[in-house]
Design a protein around this ligand. Structure first.
Ligand SMILES: Cc1ncc(COP(=O)(O)O)c(C=O)c1O
Length: 387
């Protein structure tokens, strides 16, 4: 048996909508950005998620880059983010002219720890970037309070958090900006894609975001008939997703709940099978706090130490199961070290990242396969426990 770590889920309408996008380009439609399907997906998120404005982008990375550019950071301005995240979160800060400042995570959720955010605030701090790890929400009340007290902006990295909630509110709609990813490894996919949510009422921010996304031009206004020609008005880049990919994505978001239910079934099956072994203290499973309605993006296991984690990963691979570790903490990576961190600066991050293993997780994973995976894992652990 071979069980991959991820398999993108198809709802069945992807090819139909892509064909429609391509065909309609022959009769006045667009396969470039901001065509029919881009608008449909944006409207979907604005209506269903109650986001003030949603702009589809080429990736979660480009959504983050847009968000940090919108903050108008000055050289030396600091942004507090977890070290336990993807490189894009920190890169986006640096590309926008800021300096990433890494905070530790909480044991419970592996999300940024509000207590450590407070410790990292200086006169130069401008923003906080909570990353909702595995689609489990950060402590947003605490984070928003800190931001309000220190006049900081909040950019939510909700790359993994699409359709998950904090106290009933969709992730990505709590802070000033939210960033989603539709990369093939995420819950809703189109190959490569992302979205920026803008939650401010300030129309100038939305206008600036549209300009940044459209190569520094006011083409979005032109398409709406608000100006009679478009021109270069500011700096910008090319962050619009092709309507062919938006067509793929529309087939996914139309089935947003069906996909989530399938993922939750897999997640709960893993949880129930492994829970007795958590109770015995052999492993630790994800903790979902009461304030979080998660989206089953990820199922991970924490082992007692890195040696056992690596042994489990290799033995699972021998059994045809592709389980994978996750982030090497950014502060300890070659690029992160340029920012002056040393070992033990973020002890919880360093400890947990070495013990974590992600199990295969995708909507079409069969429950029989989940049983096979958990049985293999338990065999491996029993062997280890006996030795
Ligand atoms: C936390 C986090 N932020 C940002 C990204 C970047 O998203 P994308 O791959 O769509 O650029 C990812 C993707 O892996 C991620 O996990």
């Amino acid at each position: 048996m071979k069980i991959p770590f991820n398999r993108p889920y198809l709802t069945g309408n992807e090819l139909n909508y892509i064909e429609d996008a391509i065909r309609s380009s022959q009769s006045g439609g667009h396969i470039s950005g901001d065509g029919k399907y881009t608008k449909l997906v944006q409207q979907f998120f604005e209506t269903e998620f109650h986001a003030r404005k949603v702009l589809l982008t080429t990736s979660g990375t480009s959504a983050l880059e847009l968000a940090f550019h919108l903050l108008n950071l000055k050289p030396g301005d600091e942004v507090i983010l977890p070290s336990y995240t993807f490189s894009s979160t920190a890169n986006a800060v640096i590309l926008a002219g800021g300096k990433p400042v890494f905070a530790d995570i909480s044991e419970e959720t592996l999300n940024i720890d509000p207590k450590d955010i407070i410790k990292k605030i200086t006169k130069k701090t401008r923003a906080i970037c909570p990353v909702h790890y595995g689609g489990v929400s950060c402590q947003m009340d605490e984070i928003m309070n800190i931001a309000n007290n220190h006049n900081l902006r909040v950019v939510e990295d909700a790359a993994q958090g699409v359709n998950a909630k904090y106290k009933g509110k969709y992730l990505g709609t709590v802070g000033d900006f939210g960033c989603y990813s539709f990369h093939e490894t995420k819950n809703y996919v189109c190959g490569e894609g992302g979205a920026l949510t803008i939650n401010t009422e300030d129309e100038r921010v939305i206008e600036y975001a549209e300009i940044l996304r459209e190569k520094g031009t006011d083409r979005s206004k032109f398409f709406r008939g608000e100006v009679d020609k478009y021109t270069w008005v500011n700096i910008g880049s090319s962050f619009l997703i092709s309507d062919i990919l938006a067509a793929f994505l529309y087939a996914q978001v139309e089935n947003i709940d069906e996909i989530q239910e399938k993922r939750l079934l897999v997640w709960n099956t893993y949880y129930n099978a492994l829970k007795p072994f958590e109770d015995k203290g052999v492993i630790r499973l994800p903790i979902i706090p009461e304030y979080s309605q998660h989206n089953a993006h990820m199922f991970y296991v924490l082992f007692r130490n890195e040696e056992i984690r690596d042994m489990a990963m290799h033995k699972l691979k021998e059994a045809g199961i592709f389980a994978v570790f996750h982030y090497i903490p950014l502060h300890s990576a070659p690029m992160g070290q340029n920012y002056g961190y040393k070992k033990n600066d973020l002890p919880i991050t360093e400890n947990l990242s070495g013990r974590l293993l992600r199990l295969p997780m995708y909507p079409s994973l069969q429950l029989g396969e989940v049983e096979y995976i958990t049985n293999q894992l338990l065999n491996i652990l029993n062997l280890n426990l006996r030795s």
